[in-house]
Design a protein around this ligand. Structure first.
Ligand code: MD3
Ligand code: FE
Length: 203
């Protein structure tokens, strides 16, 4: 069911469950071409989340900063194409949430092993803040933190489970957000990890 969390954020519970087998297979195929790696932040810390990308643009981080790159810095090759089942899932979820015509050119794949977390941050490396972002959660559950427009604003805690799709845009696009450390567990399809896909219009 669709749950409106605030003006620009919709949580589509279990939206990705129907096609979960094909979806996970497509993700695994991307990860064979573009393996997960721990990015280093501009501050020099290695992230506990490992990442890879598919589509025209991939999000990368190193000592020089955060940015979108057309090539995988590890391979020097373009990122794998965005598989059709992933693109269609993102387009369908965006339309359901009121963002018809969403045309993502980047899909960031985040992998959380137990204990991995993501600190509070804003997503501001994209060029067009009018486009929504679509997030698909797979595998182990996690507590998502949804803050306000200032870092110090209080955060709501939202449980994201396998198959949940979160669409946010409009007034919520610049809200601070993060993920609490993932608890140990084993998911029948993905094992001891959480995978999050974020679809974006990067350029
Ligand atoms: C709602 N990823 O990659 S996605 C990221 O679960 C990132 O891996 C998280 O934040 C993850 O940048 C969260 C869901 C999400 C992301 C940003 C939001 C929901 C949001 C911003 C505002 C409101
Ligand atoms: Fe983010």
């Amino acid at each position: 069911w669709a749950e409106g969390l605030s003006a620009g954020t919709v949580l589509l519970h279990g939206w990705a469950c129907a096609g979960e087998i094909a979806l996970c297979a497509a993700v695994e195929a991307v990860l064979r071409q573009s393996p997960l790696r721990g990015m280093v932040t501009p501050g020099g810390q290695r992230m506990s989340v490992t990442t890879a990308s598919c589509g025209d643009w991939g999000w990368v981080s190193d000592r020089r900063g955060y940015r979108y790159s057309a090539v995988d810095p590890d391979s020097g090759q373009p990122w794998p194409a965005m598989p059709d089942p992933l693109r269609e899932l993102a387009r369908g979820a965006a339309a359901e949430a009121g963002f018809a015509g969403f045309d993502p050119d980047a899909c960031l794949i985040n992998c959380y092993l137990p204990g991995a977390r993501m600190g509070l941050h804003q997503d501001k490396d994209e060029r067009d803040f009018k486009a929504p972002i679509v997030s698909v959660s797979l595998g182990l559950p996690a507590v998502f933190l949804l803050g306000g427009l200032r870092r110090a604003d209080p955060s709501a805690r939202i449980l994201l489970q396998h198959g949940d799709v979160l669409v946010w845009g409009g007034p919520d696009r610049m809200r601070f957000h993060g993920v609490q450390p993932v608890k140990p567990g084993c998911h029948p399809l993905l094992g001891e990890r959480r995978i999050n896909l974020t679809f974006r219009k990067a350029r």
